[in-house]
Write a protein that binds this ligand. Structure first.
Ligand code: BGC
Length: 769
């Protein structure tokens, strides 16, 4: 529908009708107005599959106590949840580094949504994974905004190509789940722009998501929904975002301030808020025009996404894709002596240790839980691959709650000792989705770790298969030959693991986050568990590998790391073309091993010394290539000026502050294979506005204001004209006082404060021209 037609409808609606249009009728649908031809849309979680509870889009019971049973993953809640396809968690999918796969998964999700009458899918979750203990990190992609933004953009493009809307969430800095609606993030502007907003900016520019979901937390003391500087000045004006801004469920704490701040759709609906806004509009505290703007954004969404053609949900194709996705995102972290793949025909007895082999952990919890009827069992899939070529032994090793006993460990040890090779299944569970939700430890479950140690003691031919939502510390990794991380790998994880372990598929996932040696090494270690009322992002832009690299801390496994059963050579990196806007480089990748494989090729930029401090290197692009043995393919990267820029807080703009950069092509952030020097135009500028307390060095950065100062000094008899020189300029710049204080102390009444203020005003006018 055209803008003018939508505006006509809004004109006809009463204030109350517009208010009710801009909030859910309940948690999962919007209001409809047949008299104006306005249909409703239905929304549903989640991030790695659809979570939709039967009849949840019907009106809720009007009793307070009916709200008390809020769990999403209790057995009763799951009973009501419709069975759908469960893909690997976001933390897994990002390890695929595969944009095409994300797009394909998006298209399948759209189809499944349509078959259920869902118009907007509430995902992807794409917060930066600042600290590994954040409980909901399993929903998110990466510690890096380029990987995060491009993976999310591919998914959004896939879903929206199927004419279903998306909701990129949780915007922004939602990096801790303890007291999540009270967290006040204290973050500096550069980190905000370069790290925490950058992924969202990428997805807005590359995929135009239908909605952006604001987060529960405050940023620097301001609630996200009320943050007009971020929502209006940055998202709307700088990024030109024209979609709908929806609040996270129950995150709107003041409807009047949120209306001013830039939130469009309040979810779920609230009669309390509706009444408050109606009164505030009547009193003139909030303008009806602002409500009209909200209604416009909500109607645009509704008219674009309401109503679908009937589609068939191809469950079999979905499941096949979930297997492919699980295999592509699995990361082979360690593989001593090429222990994997196993060869069933050369192996007589395989010990499968760990209850997770039969009761796999394949999905996260809370609103990202997905109920599937097709979850594969790793043990069964291994048995299928082995056929009658090998004998499988089994010991559970630990209880369902992750604890173990001496008897269970003894049995595991004996089983491992009796086998030729041992596969230990281990992982880490999530805490219940309460108000204190973060993980409390970076270790895998205690009983699982004991099981690994027991098996490794009994048999040196041991591999570990991990099912984790985010990284854990792995002190036990030195004791085993191989570690294969399957993450929360979704319903297809069982056969994906079996195929990878026995070489039917070649591992090709790479880490989307760093695996530290110990928790104390993590960038946010000192602030993560501080008070939620003031969570200080002291590491600034040094998040993830940017921190480990700068501090020269060796991680256990670096960002971008992942092994394969084949090997790849990188050659012939060259600058194909360069102009003021972009640089294009290409590099040849050859499969030098004997098995077909896929390689995630990474492109980093390392800056020369400029005006600003920089990370050692930053990811700016990536491509995944498939190669047969002996095959070579050329991969290119287009690097725009922005890829060489940093956010200059002095002038509030992106700048290139040095001409010198290296473009590095790498197999991981610590495995740079090829590099080439490039020159870029410098865009760093002198101060564009002088603050009241500016210093001489700021005033003299610009020739115009420098001249104005010396003319002023001469005019008021502070300096004779012949004394004006570079030497005096240097002397003034050497002082640490602000210009104002210096004049105050040394002008001896020859200049009044008003005259000085006028000079500053004149200077700022000249700078603005
Ligand atoms: C979560 C969102 C989710 C919404 C609806 C909120 O509590 O933070 O991620 O989409 O609930 O379930």
């Amino acid at each position: 529908m055209k803008e003018i037609e939508i505006r006509e409808i809004i004109k006809k609606m009463t204030v109350r009708e517009k208010i009710m249009l801009c909030m859910g009728k309940n948690s999962w649908r919007t209001e409809d107005y047949p008299e104006y031809g306005i249909p409703f849309i239905r929304v549903s979680d989640g991030t790695n599959g659809i979570r939709f509870q039967k009849d949840s889009d019907k009106a809720p019971l009007p009793y307070f106590d009916s709200s008390l049973d809020v769990s999403f993953d209790s057995p009763e809640a799951l009973e009501r949840t419709v069975a759908t396809t469960c893909y690997p968690s976001g933390s897994a999918m990002a390890c695929s580094w595969d944009k095409e796969l994300m797009q394909e998964m998006g298209a399948r999700l759209a189809n499944e949504c349509k078959s259920m009458g869902i118009n907007v899918l509430l995902g992807p979750g794409m917060n930066i994974r600042r600290h590994p203990l954040t409980a909901r990190n399993f929903e998110y992609y990466s510690e890096d905004p380029c990987l995060c933004g491009d993976i999310a953009a591919a998914l959004v493009n896939g879903v929206q190509s199927g004419h279903v809307g998306t909701s990129v969430k949780h915007f922004a800095c939602h990096n801790s789940d303890n007291r999540r609606t009270r967290v006040n993030v204290i973050v500096d502007e550069r980190a905000l722009r370069e790290i925490y907003l950058a992924g969202f900016e990428r997805v807005v520019k590359k995929a135009n998501p239908a909605t952006i979901m604001t987060s529960y937390n405050q940023i620097n003391g301001i609630e996200m929904n009320e943050n007009s500087r971020i929502l209006r000045d940055i998202v709307r004006d700088e990024w030109n975002y024209e979609g709908t801004i929806v609040c996270d469920w129950g995150s709107c704490k003041d409807i009047a301030e949120s209306t001013k701040g830039g939130m469009d759709l309040q979810m779920p609906g609230s009669l309390m808020s509706a009444e408050k806004l109606e009164k505030d509009i009547a009193k003139g505290l909030v303008s009806e025009e602002l409500l009209g703007e909200r209604a416009y954004h909500v109607l645009k969404l509704i008219f674009k996404y309401a109503g679908h053609e009937d589609v068939e949900n191809d469950q079999k194709a979905n499941h096949e894709l979930s297997v492919k996705a699980a295999a592509e995102s699995a990361v082979l972290l360690k593989n001593e002596e090429d222990f994997l793949p196993l060869h069933a025909e050369r192996t007589q007895k395989i010990a499968i240790i760990g209850r997770l082999a039969k009761e796999p952990l394949y999905v996260g919890s809370g609103c990202a839980i997905v109920r599937t009827e097709h979850a594969e069992i790793p043990y069964d899939e291994i048995a299928r691959v082995c056929g009658n070529q090998a004998e499988l032994l089994y010991a559970p090793a630990y209880e369902a709650d992750g604890t173990t006993t001496e008897a269970l460990l003894k049995e595991a040890e004996e089983t491992a000792a009796a086998a030729d090779v041992v596969l230990v299944f281990a992982g880490s569970y999530l805490p219940g989705e309460s108000d204190m939700y973060n993980r409390t430890s970076m270790s895998i479950e205690r009983g699982h770790e004991d099981a690994i140690r027991a098996a490794a003691r009994a048999n040196e031919n041991t591999a570990v298969i991990l099912m984790i939502g985010d990284v854990t510390v792995m002190p036990w990794a030195d004791k085993v030959k191989s570690v294969l991380c399957m993450w929360y790998g979704g319903e297809g994880m069982g056969s994906a693991a079996a195929q990878l372990l026995f070489g039917r598929k070649n591992p090709c996932g790479k880490l989307a986050v760093t695996v530290p040696e110990k928790e104390e090494d993590t960038p946010a270690y000192l602030s993560f568990n501080q008070s939620p009322y003031e969570m200080f992002y002291g590491e600034s832009i040094y998040v993830g590998y940017r921190y480990y690299d700068k501090k020269k801390i060796a991680p256990r496994f670096p960002f971008g790391h992942g092994l394969s059963y084949t090997t790849f050579a990188y050659d012939n990196l060259q600058v194909v073309s360069e102009d003021d806007e972009k640089v294009v480089v290409s590099v040849d990748i050859t499969n030098t091993g004997s098995m077909e494989g896929r390689e995630a090729v990474q492109c980093y930029v390392a800056s020369g010394k400029g005006h600003m401090e920089k990370p050692v290197r930053e990811l700016k692009g990536f491509e995944k290539v498939s190669l047969k043995p002996g095959e070579t393919k050329s991969v290119s990267f287009v690097l725009e000026q922005r890829d060489f820029s940093s956010f200059d807080i002095r002038n509030n703009e992106w700048v290139t502050d040095t001409p010198d950069f290296m473009v590095e092509i790498a197999a991981s952030s610590r495995d740079i294979r090829q590099s080439v020097a490039v020159k870029r135009p410098v865009t760093y500028k002198p101060f564009k506005k002088l603050a009241k307390n500016c210093g001489f060095h700021e005033m003299f950065e610009n020739e115009v204001t420098k001249k104005m100062f010396f003319d002023f000094a001469v005019e008021h008899g502070l300096l004779p004209r012949e004394m004006v020189s570079e030497k005096v300029k240097d002397q003034l710049e050497f002082t640490f006082w602000s210009v104002r204080s210096y004049m105050d102390m040394n002008a001896h009444g020859m200049v009044t404060m008003d005259q000085f203020d006028e000079l500053l005003d004149e200077m700022n006018k000249a700078l603005a021209e």
